[in-house]
Write a protein that binds this ligand. Structure first.
Ligand code: K1U
Ligand code: ZN
Length: 168
């Protein structure tokens, strides 16, 4: 397995809309394995292919504390189930060091395929429901900072741009 480089905000490649996966082949299975490796190492609880500059509808998630609940989401979609929107603190591996409150649906029905093309459905609540929405946003070129005020988003962008200049 290999570690993949994670793009950071405000990299314009994070705004790319990902294309559906058509072939469930070994290349896809290697991408999924590398994405888990990268996510666990970061560490994070989710990673979308967009974040590693691969523009296909591929997501990995594991919200467990012991890496025991890996989920592969290929060509995912969700529908909203009953319940009130709730605010939760969110972070993002593409926006390192920043955590902000975002209001999202707390209960969703996920439909996706695994890396072998097998379709499945999963009812998700709480952190998993939030993580699914966050990762599916990435596939559509959207970041959690887009839900913040312009002032907050531009403050975060300036701080990260400054860090990137220092690292260059
Ligand atoms: O998509 C990403 O950038 C991953 C992101 C997912 C996420 C976090 C919080 C709410 C919604 C979605 C992260 O994993 S940020 C890191 C993080 O939250 C975390 C890291 C280690 C242990 C527990 C959480
Ligand atoms: Zn993210």
């Amino acid at each position: 397995m290999s570690q993949l480089e994670i793009l950071e905000f405000p990299d314009p490649r994070l705004r790319t809309i990902a294309k559906p996966v058509i072939e469930f082949d070994e290349k896809l299975q290697k991408l999924v394995a590398d994405m888990f490796d990268t996510m666990y190492e970061a560490p994070g609880i989710g990673l979308a292919a967009t974040q590693v500059n691969v523009h296909q509808r591929v997501v990995v998630i594991d919200v467990s504390e012991d890496h025991s609940q890996p989920l592969v989401l290929i060509n995912p979609s969700y529908t909203v189930l009953e319940g009130e929107p709730e605010e939760m603190q969110e972070g993002c591996l593409s926006v390192p060091g920043f955590y902000e409150g975002v209001t999202r649906i707390d209960h969703v029905l996920l439909k996706a395929c695994d890396e072998y093309g097998k379709p499945y459905e999963l009812e998700a609540r709480g952190l998993l429901a939030v993580c699914i929405q966050h990762e599916l946003d990435h596939l559509d070129g959207k970041l959690f900072v887009d839900y913040l005020s312009t002032v907050k988003r531009s403050r975060i962008r300036k701080k990260l741009e400054k860090q990137h200049k220092l690292q260059a």
